[in-house]
Design a protein around this ligand. Structure first.
Ligand code: ADP
Ligand code: MG
Length: 728
């Protein structure tokens, strides 16, 4: 019988690209499956439409009667489009999306089939969700949590199911999902940014945070992926010798997209367009088999939902094309891992991007205000930013000379650095008319609309200003963007609130003019946040030393990075901003640590299994062949056999040594795991998994990979890197 590996390779050779009907015009199908403004305006009564429009814009409540009307229209529209079921769609803290489908119809006592989906079903549901992570918030004996409709993210039909985006909270109101704190953070940043924006334009009513994510991923042929227990169970390879050719020639990046992949991309884009997800860009990434898609940016809550949805769709579409999609941050050693850059900005209801330099000195002062406040916020809370994208899988990617380091810094480019340097020199107190004119004309007024550094971005920076937005680059490909977006928007909100207070004091108590006050506060902020600004090479060891001098944090592992989340200052901040209370913070912390330990535990088990049950038996089989060969040589050459059998004897010994090392290390790894499992404190347990279990992975892998290079290719049971990484 051919090994799984060889039949998988055979299968991939017969693969054909699946063509996708793309005769439909993009604009024609865009958001066809979404209950969006356009559809609602058409189908809802004027009252209902206004009510939901207000709920979206201002967060006002929707009455039960109106909810009933909306539900009825939504149901009729969905059934007409072919939907048979509905679900409350939410993002529990497992990282995946959750849904439980219910049919639209119900059967009455008399056996009559009726369609049942009203305001009650739309607004609130009580999923039996006792097995979702809750970090102790909900005791299982009162497994009550409920999902509640989020009207700000439109309902959509996926497959034959009407999906209603919802928040997921405990019966006592604590957040059990990603969306709830995000919505709270977006709400506070809206308030804080609106207040500050009104210094420059009295008519600003709302400010939305915007997010444009760039999703990187790997595609692996599904048959090959199935032949690897590590890919199936851990989402990454735990062993595998590097391929002779990897990414060193740089021939994959922006190269021609392989036809099988193009088929997948078209199919995916079509699904996305139907769901109103504006995917715009697709290209090859640096590593072989690595790709990226990116949409046009959207309001952050919607963008986060869309990213979760896209990841889900990608898995489904990939099956149709016989691919497995990998979101793991480091699925293969020696080639780049996958990230998810979060491009972020603030947009007023009048369509003004507050992080975009303008044409006039006044609009540039507005730009500088938001720009400097963001830098200050990141400086104050750099550790929280770092923690917002900490995970077991992302630990492998950060700081590995392919992704930003674990030290948070801000890159702004030489032109803006020069502007901030000038602003730093502004006189303390009231400015003379001459100084103010000078400043406005020669500094603020000279900020070019197009910044040169735009085209020369410092790719090594974890938080870079790229012309009209900041780009947060530490986020991992498998993450839900809600966590980093919650942190970023909360800290910016806090900073803007403090800024407003400071400026108002100078105006009211010191009698300063508004722009004098703004210049004064900005000057202080620029000085105070200098340490976070770094324009150099973020990958170098020099920077690590320098960052230490600047007292910037450098948490290389998740257990270390997460500690800040339960720090008193963090609890104070999140409570003050109304984003999370102490119970929610503690629960989330425990959940994240628990997830970390479980991940490493699973990887340890899988590695032990593969090494012991796949690699060692294969090595022994090959060793037996060698022994047979040596035996044969002995028969022929008798006492003289050692010379012709020299290499084989060496091989037999090498194999024995590697087997010994593998076994030895697996034994101690298992012991360490047992030890760690006995620890009940979540932080201690995670630290043990990190420091005392994980380190064995590398040694075990090393010896397995050596064996891969020694053992007969015909016998090797696991698909090799060179087979996995090059889609034919
Ligand atoms: P790259 O960073 O790869 O050079 P772009 O700068 O063109 O690519 O855009 C990357 C992402 O940034 C896209 O998803 C885009 O929609 C998003 N983006 C652009 N402007 C904004 C903005 N004002 N707010 C949030 N995201 C934005
Ligand atoms: Mg980018």
């Amino acid at each position: 019988m051919a090994s799984l590996r060889f039949s998988a390779i055979q299968e991939t050779l017969n693969r054909q690209a699946i063509s996708v009907d793309d005769t439909m015009f993009r604009s024609e199908i865009f958001a066809k499956n979404v209950f969006d403004h356009k559809t609602m305006r058409k189908l809802l009564t004027k009252d209902s439409y206004e009510s939901i429009a207000n709920a979206i814009l201002k967060g006002t409540k929707i009455s039960r009667t109106i909810a009933d009307q909306i539900a009825a229209s939504m149901r009729d529209w969905a059934i007409k489009q072919g939907a048979t079921h509905y679900t409350h769609w939410f993002q529990p803290l497992t990282g995946a999306t959750a849904e439980k489908h219910d049919a639209f119809f119900d059967i009455t006592k008399d056996g009559v089939v009726v369609e049942k989906f009203g305001g009650d079903q739309l607004v609130q549901q009580e999923p039996d969700a006792s097995s979702f992570p809750h970090g102790g918030i909900r005791n299982t004996f009162e497994a009550r949590g409920y999902t509640a409709w989020d009207p700000s993210s439109p309902a959509f039909i996926y497959g034959t199911t009407l999906c209603i985006p919802t928040v997921f909270v405990s019966y006592t109101g604590e957040a059990l999902d990603y969306k709830t704190p995000l919505l709270r953070a977006l709400n506070v940043v809206d308030h804080a940014a609106t207040e500050v924006a009104r210094y420059f334009d009295k008519n600003v009513k709302h400010v939305n945070a915007t997010l444009g994510w760039e999703q990187e991923f790997f595609l692996i042929d599904s048959a090959l992926a199935e032949s690897r227990p590590d890919i199936v169970l851990a989402g990454r390879t735990l062993l595998g010798h590097a391929s002779a050719k990897g990414q060193q020639l740089g021939d994959h990046y922006f190269g021609t997209i392989p036809s099988r992949v193009l088929g997948f991309m078209r199919d995916l884009e079509q699904e996305c367009l139907l769901l109103g997800i504006p995917i715009k860009t697709r290209h090859n990434e640096v590593a072989p088999n690595q790709f990226e898609i990116a949409p046009i940016y959207e309001e952050a809550n919607l963008a986060v939902d869309h990213n979760s949805l896209v990841m889900d769709i990608m898995e489904k579409v990939s099956h149709r094309h016989f691919f497995k999609v990998l979101f793991h941050e480091k699925p293969f050693e020696d080639v780049n891992g996958s990230g998810k850059h979060n491009n972020w900005s603030l947009l007023t209801n009048k369509g003004v991007n507050l992080l975009s330099p303008g044409k006039t000195p006044m609009s540039n002062l507005q730009f500088l205000t938001f720009f400097v406040n963001t830098i200050k916020a990141v400086c104050e809370y750099e550790e929280l930013v770092r923690a917002s994208f900490a995970s077991a899988s992302n630990d492998h990617r950060l700081g590995a000379n392919e992704a930003p380091p674990t030290i948070i810094s801000v890159f702004i480019g030489s032109q803006l650095t020069a502007v901030l340097d000038e602003l730093e020199k502004v006189t303390d107190g009231k400015l003379s008319p001459k100084e103010k004119t000078d400043l406005k004309l020669n500094v603020v007024g000279k900020i070019p609309e197009i910044l040169l550094d735009n085209t020369d971005q410092n790719r090594t920076s974890p938080f870079a200003f790229t012309g009209n937005k900041f780009e947060l680059r530490g986020v991992g490909a498998s993450a839900n963007c809600a966590s980093p977006m919650t942190v970023l928007n909360t800290i910016v909100a806090k900073q803007l609130r403090d800024f407003k207070k400071g400026v108002d004091v100078l105006i009211d108590k010191e009698g300063m003019k508004k722009d004098d006050a703004i210049f004064n506060i900005l000057r202080e902020y620029i000085k105070e946040s200098k340490k976070i600004r770094f324009e150099g090479d973020g990958y170098g060891t020099e920077w690590e030393k320098e960052a230490k001098k600047r007292k910037l944090s450098n948490h290389k592992t998740t257990p270390e990075a997460l500690a800040i989340n339960i720090n008193q200052s963090t609890v104070k901040l999140l409570e003050e901003m109304g984003v999370m209370n102490a119970t929610e913070i503690k629960a989330r912390y425990e959940i994240e640590l628990g997830a970390y330990s479980k991940r490493i535990q699973i990887e340890g088990r899988v590695l032990g299994d593969i090494a012991r049950n796949h690699v060692i038996p294969t090595a022994i089989r090959y060793q037996n062949i060698l022994i047979e060969n040596v035996q044969g040589l002995k028969d022929i050459y008798e006492e003289e056999y050692r010379k012709p059998a020299r290499e084989q004897l060496k091989l037999i010994e090498q194999i024995a040594t590697h087997i010994e090392k593998i076994n030895e290390n697996i034994d101690v790894m298992i012991e360490s795991r047992k030890f760690a499992n006995k620890v009940s404190d979540a932080a201690k347990k995670a630290t043990m998994y990190c420091d005392e279990v994980q380190p064995y992975f590398e040694v075990i892998r090393y010896h397995c990979d050596k064996l891969e290079m020694l053992v007969d290719n015909e016998l090797w049971p696991l698909s090799k890197y060179r087979e996995l990484l090059f889609i034919r």
